[in-house]
Design a protein around this ligand. Structure first.
Ligand SMILES: CC(C)NC(=O)[C@H](Cc1c[nH]c2ccccc12)NC(=O)[C@H](CCCC/N=C(/NCCC(=O)O)S[C@H]1O[C@H](COP(=O)(O)OP(=O)(O)OC[C@H]2O[C@@H](n3cnc4c(N)ncnc43)[C@H](O)[C@@H]2O)[C@@H](O)[C@H]1O)NC(=O)OCc1ccccc1
Ligand SMILES: [Zn+2]
Length: 249
């Protein structure tokens, strides 16, 4: 996208944002790429030669829980070395402007939106910083300190698993319902750094187009067009760390 094209697209996007009473944002791995968190596509969906669907799934857990913890401990160690980037901070500034009429729905489990200062964050796929006991179901915040490959529950000594939504598992109902409501009620939906392939997260985009009041304006921010582009009223193609701050000017 040429600078002139990007400027024209930014003007249209900023115009719709100025008119918007309610704003919803859907983010994916791309918003954290400039912080140094590898995206799924960048690794061709592979981790150490394992298809991510294989390690991030109940079957993968039943087959080899140690391998699954090695996968998540590697990602926890990576996230412990990174910081939010200007894309994350631009979304904090947007929340300051729209306050309770703003919702940030993220597929990311890295917790960088919260680190940046966003508050109304809906982590629909869980968080790398939380564990859940497979026996007493207790959920605990563990930060990013190393956990070892077979952490045990401090309450019941049961085996702990990452409190993350794996492929084939349902999303947390309360958080997912809040995300659907935010998409359905928004006037502008910003879709940032996602390939929009994974469901039901991607279904929020057509849902916003069937909006409560009026079909929402969908603004896509990505390096390239994606599955979401068919629903986008405008595409801002460039690194989200550079594009998002421009949206607020
Ligand atoms: C692969 C896909 C086709 N499969 C699915 O969607 C499956 C199956 C399925 C269900 N319904 C369907 C309908 C159609 C087709 C398939 C399905 N969905 C499920 O299994 C879901 C669960 C899905 C959630 C799985 N967990 C994740 N994450 C946590 C784990 C973990 O992280 O380890 S999904 C995970 O992958 C997805 C990766 O996508 P992105 O984040 O978009 O990342 P990606 O790398 O793909 O793209 C990055 C983008 O950024 C861009 N980019 C890069 N750099 C930048 C930059 N600098 N700036 C801007 N953009 C940038 C790139 O261009 C690119 O476009 C995210 O959602 C991420 O959270 N569960 C379920 O259906 O359960 C049933 C059920 C229902 C009720 C009750 C019981 C059971
Ligand atoms: Zn327990």
């Amino acid at each position: 996208m040429t600078d002139a094209e990007l400027d024209a697209a930014l003007d249209r996007a900023a115009h719709w944002l100025r008119l918007a009473e309610r704003v919803c944002v859907l983010t994916g791995a791309g918003v954290s790429a400039e912080s140094g968190v590898p995206t799924f596509r960048a690794s061709d969906g592979l981790w150490e030669g394992h298809r991510i669907e294989d390690v991030a799934s109940p079957d993968g857990w039943d087959r080899n829980p140690l391998l699954v913890w090695q996968f998540y401990n590697a990602r926890r160690a990576n996230v412990a070395t990174v910081k939010p980037n200007p894309g994350h901070f631009a979304l904090v500034a947007m929340e300051d402007r729209w306050r309770e009429r703003f919702a940030l729905v993220t597929q990311n489990v890295d917790g960088l939106h919260l680190d940046a200062g966003s508050t109304n964050v809906l982590e629909i796929h869980g968080s790398l910083r939380q564990t859940r006991c497979t026996v007493c179901e207790s959920v605990a915040n563990r930060g990013l300190e190393p956990l070892g490959d077979a952490p045990e529950c401090p309450q019941c000594r049961g085996r702990l698993r990452p409190h993350i939504v794996w492929f084939g598992e349902g999303l947390p109902q309360d958080i997912w319902s809040a995300a659907r409501l935010a998409a359905y009620q928004c006037h502008v939906l910003l879709v940032v750094g996602t390939s929009a392939v994974v469901h039901p997260a991607a279904s929020l985009i057509p849902l916003a187009k069937r909006g409560e009041v009026t079909p929402a304006k969908v603004i896509e921010v990505n390096l390239t067009p994606t599955e979401a582009s068919a629903y986008a009223d405008v595409g801002l193609y460039g690194p989200s760390g550079a594009v998002l701050p421009k949206l607020l000017q």
